[in-house]
Design a protein around this ligand. Sequence first.
Ligand SMILES: C[S@@+](CC[C@H](N)C(=O)[O-])C[C@H]1O[C@@H](n2cnc3c(N)ncnc32)[C@H](O)[C@@H]1O
Length: 314
Amino acid sequence: MDQLYHPPAMVAEVLEYLQVRRGGVYLDSTVGMGGHAEAILEASAPDGVLLGVDMDASALQAAGKRLERFGPRVRLVHGRFSQLETLVAQLGVGQVDGVLADLGPSRPQLLSPARGFSFDSEARLDARYDRQQELTAWHVVNRFSRADLVRVLSLTGKPHAARRIANAIVARRATGAIDTPRELAQLIRNTLGRAKTGGSADVATEWFMAIRMFVNRELEEATEGIEAAAKILSPRGRLVVLSWDGTTHATVRRKMRELEKGCSCPPELPCVCGRTPVLKLLTPRGRQATAEERRINPATRTCRLFAAEKVPPP
Ligand SMILES: C[S@@+](CC[C@H](N)C(=O)[O-])C[C@H]1O[C@@H](n2cnc3c(N)ncnc32)[C@H](O)[C@@H]1O
């Protein structure tokens, strides 16, 4: 598969849950290489509109090329999922009929050695989606205190191993900076005393993922983005989120449930918060890709689709 190709996941399910129709206005908040956006534009022809957002300027460029044939039906803007309210206001759009967020990195980001995501890369540690952002993986690994490193690495849910790796990083820094993903991966393998997990993945994988999630504020983005999406959806508009790892699945589910519940007061007391349900969750457990898609594209084995509908105001 071409390094620059990112196969969009669960396309049929995304279109089904978004209820894409002609003339609708849709917002793809992680437009990436434009695969889902293209499918939405085709399904909403001849006059549906697609607003595409991404933190990565080079992804927007690639999406722009791919979607050129749709002309004025497409508008692309640099920004974040968490900033949807401001972004739609900038674009002069009121409410939208559907919001999609396909969280995490794209294949080209992961595989391009220059982006410093993959652990065989000899480029400088980086892992930013937005290359205008100051914080990089290099800074986390080389400048964070031992305690802060433990906090970041504990995003794996393995605090004991996180402490061992943080200690090894701090000890190694005494002899010079850890500059490349390859050096960091080797240090992690040496510290854990093995190169592969039981499932034969590289043991460095989950630790790189924790650093990437921290650098890009991925869990905060998921929470704030869902909150923002719920505000810009028209009544009965749909929100679809694709997430790719257990920690993000739990974060997305928790936020959607919170917005479904509305009131956050103790159940035995009268409500003083005044919050009412904003979303209705359509996929309580999250949906998986079909067995056929998982076979063709093994990356989708971990993918879950969460969908919700905007509850009309009382
Ligand atoms: C999995 S890819 C999306 C692929 C896309 N659905 C497609 O069909 O090509 C994720 C994209 O979202 C971007 N991204 C990740 N988190 C983001 C966020 N919080 N806000 C905006 N863009 C984000 C990444 O830069 C990447 O380009």
